[in-house]
Design a protein around this ligand. Sequence first.
Ligand SMILES: Cc1cc2nc3c(=O)[nH]c(=O)nc-3n(C[C@H](O)[C@H](O)[C@H](O)COP(=O)(O)O)c2cc1C
Length: 160
Amino acid sequence: MRTLVIYYSKTGNSRVVARAIAKKLQIDLQEIRCDQYLGAAGDLRAGLDNILGRKPKLPQIPDLDEYDQIILGGPIWLGRPCAPIRAAAHQYLKSKKSVGLFVCGMGPDDLDSAAKELASLLDAPVDAVLKAHGEMLDTPEFKSLVEEFCNAMSREPTTA
Ligand SMILES: Cc1cc2nc3c(=O)[nH]c(=O)nc-3n(C[C@H](O)[C@H](O)[C@H](O)COP(=O)(O)O)c2cc1C
C-alpha cells in the first residue's frame, strides 16, 4: 500500500504534524500552497472564504493515482476545516479507499467539530483521525497521538 500525506499549513503547525506522520510511516509528503492566504491580508481572506464556504481551485497532483491511501490535514479557520483542506477533500479524495485525517487548531476547543466536518465531506469511511493543537506539538502527548494515528493507518482499511 502506498500512502501520501497531503497538507496545507499557513503558519507551520500542520507542517509539524504532517512531517511527524510522514517520518513515522516513512511515506511521501505533498504540501498544498495557497498564496492568497499569506500574511495578515491573507487572514482576512481566509476568514471570509471559510465563512462563505468557498474553496480555492487546487492544482492537480500528478501521481495521485499511484497512492491507495491518503492522509489529509491542515488548520482550523473559524471553527471549520480551512478552505484549502476542504478543497483538497473535494478534489483529491474521491474514490480513495483508505483515508486518514488530521486537524490542527489553536487550542482544543474546535478540534472535535472541525474533524467531524472534514470527515463528513468524504464519501469513504475514515480510518483514523488525529486532533492536534499548537500548544501540544512538542509534548509527549503529541508524540503518542502520532504513534496511535500511524498504528491505525497501518492496519487494514475500514470497509464501508
Ligand atoms: C483566519 C484564521 C482563523 C482561525 N480560527 C481558528 C478557530 O476558529 N479555532 C482554532 O482553534 N484555531 C483557529 N485558528 C488558529 C489556527 O487553526 C491554529 O493556529 C493552527 O494551529 C495553525 O495551523 P498552521 O500553522 O498549520 O496554519 C485560526 C487561524 C486563522 C489564520
